[in-house]
Design a protein around this ligand. Structure first.
Ligand SMILES: [Zn+2]
Length: 589
């Protein structure tokens, strides 16, 4: 048994303020439950958590409340291929992979946890949708919104990926309706989320107001608990600019602290923050040694009224105590559910203790939930014939893992070549080089013992449905763009490059001079800083995504096919596709 994180603080005795005697939730009473009944399983879930009167408490004992939390689900309705990597319990110097995740198994775990508790609430910290596998992405993530609603999810902060397709699409996720271009493709109408999305820090520049509610108050045994939800202030740098047009993303701690007086005025003392920003610990999934990253400073800046912080974005698992507050995160892709036991003081209405436990959604422990199975089957029926269409073959697995020395990956080379091929004809853009961002390549293309590479496979590798854009850049602009790979020197974003282009970089050179100009070559010729080159990137990059702002200065943009369709076409013509030599990006030191 590993030690669980346990936070406790002494709460001074104080007489209840007269304001707190009024029902603090009245303006919002019942909200979020209005449409619950339309999904059968939601009704079932509700009955599971209201029928446990066996745990009757005396009026003076603290109120127990269990928070169940997830983050960064990213549409992983099925268990992600990688499972979860944890310390080997037999030898903690080693890691083991545990098969985990999937909506069917998560639903069972959540229902079991809730059945055992008198008071519970299921919440999330963003990136539930976006960068999703085929089954969810193909239907604009409607299946994921429905699946999590059926599980009884009640409150979620937005993450950066909730803005991938813009605010109007996020509102459609909340409110339902058919997609404006692809219409309704599923077997039933899309009714939107029964859970409530919160976006405290996302401000409509025109109105100055948050685009979605900043917080939600829920009452448990008469004690109100406030949930503030928000995404990281760096969201605009992670989303295609049209997705965040007209929006500003405020400082996380300032946003939260500004809401505290309003919550306190409503009688709320127990405050939980759902934040899509996180940290990087060095330990196992239920501990917190050496946590670093943005969440540490953010939590230290939070008003002392904040009791619990449920975080995300870094795709890591931890249960921490930072600055006297419990701070958790549940890895990614639905492999963990964080269970947090709170004790609430009946007099002060505040949190007196908080204890967290990250639980692995083990596929072999939690049986598939039949309602989830039925939901997925209804989408499989539509998606299956498309996903299973053969597109070609591979001689061996094409990995997206970069060479640790240079940053070049076998799949990156293939994807860049496919993007170049789709845009090299004069009428299609006249491109001579293609660059693609590593974050846009999301899954390996695996060689199976039997069966071809399918459209589902290429979609998993390129899931964003980004259109290609061909621009004119000078040689000097190409160099400047490559220098922008080190905006964060600790985590460079090494672009994948098409065949015929090569260069070398120097790790120890200073910012702005890492790329050796004399080593930038195209088909045996040195790149001329003053010459023009037609260059293909994806739309996300073309508008400055991932910090490649040089691309905003590109001239004569021509929009091309979707990235996934370019890869699909490449496989049709070039199969069997083999990994290349990884000789396009070199290292000088
Ligand atoms: Zn994120």
């Amino acid at each position: 048994m590993r030690a669980e994180t346990f936070c406790q603080r002494q709460v001074p005795c104080s007489a209840p303020h007269p304001d707190r005697e009024s029902d603090p939730t009245s303006p919002r009473k019942g909200r979020g439950k209005v449409r619950t009944a339309r999904i059968a399983i939601a009704v079932l879930a509700a009955s599971l958590w209201s029928c446990t009167s066996a745990h009757a408490q005396t009026p003076t004992s603290p109120v127990d409340l269990t928070l169940l939390a997830i983050n960064d689900f990213h549409g992983n309705l099925r268990p992600p291929p990688g499972g979860i990597s944890i310390d080997d319990p037999a030898d903690r110097t080693k890691k083991i992979t545990v098969r985990a995740g999937g909506a069917e198994h998560m639903a069972t775990l959540v229902a079991q946890l809730r059945a055992a508790k008198q008071n519970s609430v299921f919440v999330a910290a963003g990136d539930l949708i976006g960068a999703s596998p085929f089954l969810s992405a193909m239907f604009h993530d409607e299946p994921t919104i429905e699946s999590l609603s059926m599980m009884g999810l009640e409150i979620a902060s937005v993450g950066n990926h909730e803005f991938d397709e813009g605010l109007a699409e996020l509102r459609r996720m909340q409110n339902g309706g058919c997609h404006p271009v692809d219409h309704c493709q599923g077997s039933h109408p899309f009714a939107g989320a029964t859970f409530r999305y919160l976006a405290a820090s996302t401000i409509d520049i025109q109105t100055g107001q948050p685009v979605l509610p900043p917080y939600e108050i829920k009452t448990f045994d008469g004690i109100p608990v406030g949930f503030i939800g928000l995404t990281l202030k760096g969201t605009p740098g992670l989303v295609s600019p049209p997705g965040v047009a007209g929006l500003s993303f405020k400082d996380e701690a300032e946003t939260v602290n500004a809401l505290i007086p309003e919550l306190k005025a409503k009688g709320v003392e127990a405050i939980v923050v759902l934040i899509h920003e996180g940290g990087f610990p060095t330990g196992d999934y239920n501990e917190c040694p050496g946590i670093s990253g943005p969440i540490v400073e953010i939590v230290k800046k939070f008003d002392r009224a904040v009791d619990v912080v449920i975080s995300g974005h870094t795709h890591r698992a931890y249960t921490c105590e930072i600055d006297g507050r419990l701070v958790t995160s549940g890895d990614k892709y639905g492999t963990l559910v964080t269970s947090i036991d709170l004790k609430l003081d009946r007099t002060t209405r505040d949190v007196i203790s908080a204890k967290a436990n990250n639980l692995i959604v083990r596929t072999d422990t939690y049986a598939a939930d039949p309602a989830q199975t039925a939901l997925l089957a209804s989408y499989d029926k539509v998606a299956g014939p498309i996903a299973n269409r053969p597109v070609g073959s591979v001689t061996e697995t094409l990995s997206r893992m970069p060479n640790p020395e240079t940053g070049e990956s076998p799949l990156g080379d293939v994807v860049a070549d496919a993007h170049l091929a789709a845009t090299s004809a004069e009428a299609l853009g006249g491109a001579v080089i293609a660059f693609t961002n590593p974050g846009g390549i999301r899954a390996d293309i695996v060689k199976r013992s039997e069966g071809p590479v399918t459209y589902g496979d290429v979609f998993a590798a390129q899931p964003f449905r980004n259109q290609l854009v061909t621009l004119t850049l000078t040689g000097a602009q190409i160099k400047a763009m490559l220098e922008q790979q080190w905006l964060d020197p600790k985590r460079p974003r090494i672009l994948q490059v098409s065949k015929g282009f090569s260069y070398a970089w120097n790790d120890s050179a200073t910012s702005g001079s890492r790329v050796a100009a004399e080593r930038m070559m195209l088909n045996g010729q040195k790149i001329d800083p003053a010459a023009n080159y037609r260059v293909t990137v994806n739309q996300f990059m073309s508008v400055g995504g991932d910090g490649f702002t040089v691309l905003k200065g590109g001239l004569a943009p021509q929009v091309g096919v979707y990235d996934v369709d370019a890869l699909d076409a490449w496989f049709k013509i070039n199969s069997p596709v083999a990994p290349g030599m990884l000789d396009r990006i070199g290292k000088l030191n």
